[in-house]
Design a protein around this ligand. Structure first.
Ligand code: HEM
Length: 130
């Protein structure tokens, strides 16, 4: 029998937990004086895009791609000034969301690693810029 690979998406329990994760994350963003102004007034569509992206990235259905095409995340983030402060704020909200949803190991570490790496990659300001 071929070996089955369990994806992070399957391991955490599919759409439900990812939906709770992005809800918790955007609750943090909503209160954040640095990040909130970067996002559109209506956070609903942004929440949906992050949900579709993360479920796809972690091995779920390829819905993000179907709606938005290739992610090109760094390019899509160029309009927003992302320095160390914004990166840290983003990671703080996502870290809190991961704990709130109580994602269990090893998925927790895999997700936190991925978020840390990707958030670094999204930076587009020199270190001196806040
Ligand atoms: C590091 C700090 C970051 C900041 C300040 C930031 C900010 C933003 C903002 C303002 C948007 C536009 C909202 C919208 O979709 O209308 C956005 C979009 C998005 N961000 Fe981030 N982001 C950050 C990091 C990340 C990371 C690490 C990921 C993934 C792990 C990510 C994934 C996305 C996705 C999937 C979209 C929607 C792209 C699209 O389809 O247009 N972001 N981000």
């Amino acid at each position: 029998m071929p070996e089955e690979t369990v994806t992070v998406y399957q391991f955490v329990g599919g759409d439900g937990p990812f939906s709770l994760l992005v809800d918790a994350f955007y609750r943090g963003v909503e209160q954040d004086p640095l990040l909130r102004p970067m996002y559109p007034e209506d956070l609903g569509p942004a929440r949906e895009r992050l949900f579709l992206f993360l479920t796809q990235f972690f091995g779920g259905p390829r819905r993000y791609e179907a709606q938005r095409g290739h992610p090109r995340l760094r390019m899509r983030h160029l309009p927003f000034p992302i320095g160390t402060e914004a990166r840290d704020a983003w990671l703080r909200h996502m870290g809190a969301a991961v704990e709130e949803v109580a994602i269990s190991e090893p998925a927790r570490t895999m997700m936190l690693q991925y978020f840390a790496n990707t958030a670094n990659f999204m930076m587009n300001q020199t270190p001196e810029t806040p």
